[in-house]
Design a protein around this ligand. Structure first.
Ligand code: MSP
Length: 516
């Protein structure tokens, strides 16, 4: 059996419903999952929620609810928002699930027995909001040094267990330096290298006398530090310690997507834990930039006025997915603005793609009674369209290997623009008038064939619109769009004699003045 691509998102804190920032990582991961499903067939795409954090317990308490009840409700909201955004995850792991807790406890015990976890005494600062231990020297005026947190930290003095992170300083550095694709983009890789070079300290991996969390095996006054618990989701979900065959089949992960805010946990603690467990490291951890407004990171407490569900309802899931991946470069921060979203929706989606579909189908309807006729021989002016369409899949593979979503969309839109140009230059309305039936058939065939390839190419990015296009092209009964493979990208596969099913405009335009 061929390799299964394993793709993960971070697991999100369910202390509130998802927002546009958390949707960003999830949408990007979904596009990858959908694309590699086309190319390789087998993909396992994991997402989930990180539920054993102290701040979850606090959020529940503030609402007078038991933490589990509270998270159960929010997790349902997460799942329904992911459905609204067409997120095609294969599994959704919750860290309060038995399947996860068992693995975490076994792992802890293993590391304890092995001597990589040792009991000691912790005294220092802790930020509950960030769930992070800080050194005195790192604090800024006795507050959390994370600029978007800056909350007061608390002094923690307790008996604790420590993971011997310092032991992995050298092997980790060597690994990162000899594996250029392990941490991407380059700037995050360099940041990680200099952080490790500044020296790694052993990590406190338990908290004492907290009621919410995974209890340490045989020492129930301690619960596991939430980050260690959370990171292990990536292996607990795929059968680590439980189903060795399945685990071996999926691990190591191919792409682990995270935001740059959680780079150190994923680029330092996570690989060190894996080394301690004698497991291979993920192929690539990619830390993307932030969505901001007025230069400030969007978060649960700060950001846009409209919530994610309002944005989906107002603009549609696909335009939102498109905008997020087209607007910014994936590794870098970028501004979220409704004006920019509407501009892209009206021009690139409605004008360029929507109109192309509409024009081509209208002509097939008008000149050929809705039936796609077999083409005659191609002329020189057909060559460029055939060339760019035929190369599209290879181009997309190159782009998405390095998670360059923006370039991938530009490459698809290059074909869209070539197809629009082709219709302008070949002028089927003139061919129809002069009754050049064979040439007209060729031109319309090439136009609709390029639309077929464009539909396949956009399907990972705009799944709903692609489905709609597929139906309008009359291809629904030929092949389901979610079962397509690389071979479907070959030029010339549009079935002759097919009846198209033109529908309403693909992307209704939005008035700019409609922003409320
Ligand atoms: N629970 C931890 C992750 C544990 S993974 C083992 C956590 N959760 S979170 O709910 O705070 O979500 C963090 C992730 O959401 C970020 O890493 C990032 O992927 C995404 N984002 C949250 N706000 C964001 C922006 N404003 N912009 C882009 N991504 C954002 O941290």
């Amino acid at each position: 059996m061929s390799k299964t691509y394993y793709i993960t998102t971070p697991i999100y804190y369910p202390n509130d419903v998802p927002h546009i920032g958390t949707a960003y990582t999830t949408i990007a991961s979904d596009v990858l999952a959908r694309f590699w499903r086309i190319v390789y067939g087998n993909v396992f795409f994991l997402t989930g929620t990180d539920e054993n954090a102290q701040k979850i317990e606090q959020a529940a308490r503030a609402k007078n609810q038991a933490p589990k009840e509270y998270v159960d409700r929010i997790v349902e909201k997460f799942k329904s928002v992911w459905d609204m955004l067409f997120i095609s995850y294969d599994d959704f792991i919750r860290t309060t699930e038995e399947r996860h807790i068992k693995v975490v406890q076994k792992t802890f015990q293993y590391l304890l027995d092995k001597g990589d976890i040792q009991k000691g005494f912790y005294e220092g600062w802790y930020c509950v909001s960030d769930e992070t231990f800080w050194l005195e020297s790192q604090l800024v005026e006795k507050r959390c040094p994370n600029v978007e947190c800056q909350r007061p930290v608390e002094w923690v003095k307790e008996e604790s267990y420590f993971f011997l992170l310092s032991k992995y300083e050298k092997p980790l550095l060597e690994y990162i330096e000899s594996h250029p694709k392990f941490i991407l983009p380059e700037v995050r890789r360099n940041e990680t290298i200099s952080f490790i070079k500044s020296g790694l300290q052993d990590l406190c991996v338990t908290r004492k006398n907290l009621k919410w969390g995974v209890p340490v095996p045989n020492d129930p006054h301690h619960v596991l530090y939430v980050w260690v618990d959370a990171l292990l989701n990536y292996i607990s979900a795929i059968g680590y310690c439980v189903n060795e065959n399945r685990f071996q089949f999926l691990w190591p992960a191919d792409f682990q997507l995270i935001g740059k805010d959680i780079l150190r946990f994923h680029a330092v603690i996570w690989p060190a834990l894996l080394m301690a467990l004698k497991l291979p490291l993920p192929k690539t951890i990619f830390a993307h930039g932030w969505l901001s407004i007025g230069g400030e990171k969007i978060s649960k407490s700060k950001g846009i006025k409209k919530n994610l569900i309002d944005l989906i309802n107002e603009f549609g899931a696909d335009p939102l997915r498109y905008f997020l991946l087209r607007e910014g470069s994936f590794g870098q921060d970028f501004e979220f603005s409704e004006e920019a979203l509407i501009r892209r929706l009206n021009t690139e989606l409605a004008n360029d793609l929507g109109n192309l579909l509409h024009r081509v189908l209208s002509m097939i309807e008008k000149y050929q009674g809705r039936i796609v006729s077999p083409p005659g021989p191609n002329a020189r002016e057909d060559e460029e369209l055939i060339r760019v369409s035929s190369n599209l899949l290879e181009q997309l593979k190159k782009d998405l290997e390095v998670l360059d979503f923006r370039q991938a969309l530009e490459d698809i839109w290059q074909v869209v623009s070539e197809a629009n140009k082709y219709v302008d230059i070949t002028a089927p309305w003139v061919l129809n008038k002069s009754q050049e039936t064979e040439r007209l058939a060729t031109v319309l065939y090439n136009s609709i064939e390029s639309l077929r390839i464009i539909t396949l190419a956009i399907s990972p990015f705009l799944p709903q619109s692609a489905k709609n296009m597929w139906e309008q092209l009359g291809l629904k009964d030929i092949n389901e769009l979610n079962k397509i493979a690389s071979s479907d990208f070959k030029w010339g596969l549009f079935p002759h004699g097919k009846k198209i099913a033109k529908g309403p405009p693909l992307f209704p335009k939005v008035e700019e003045a409609s922003i409320t």
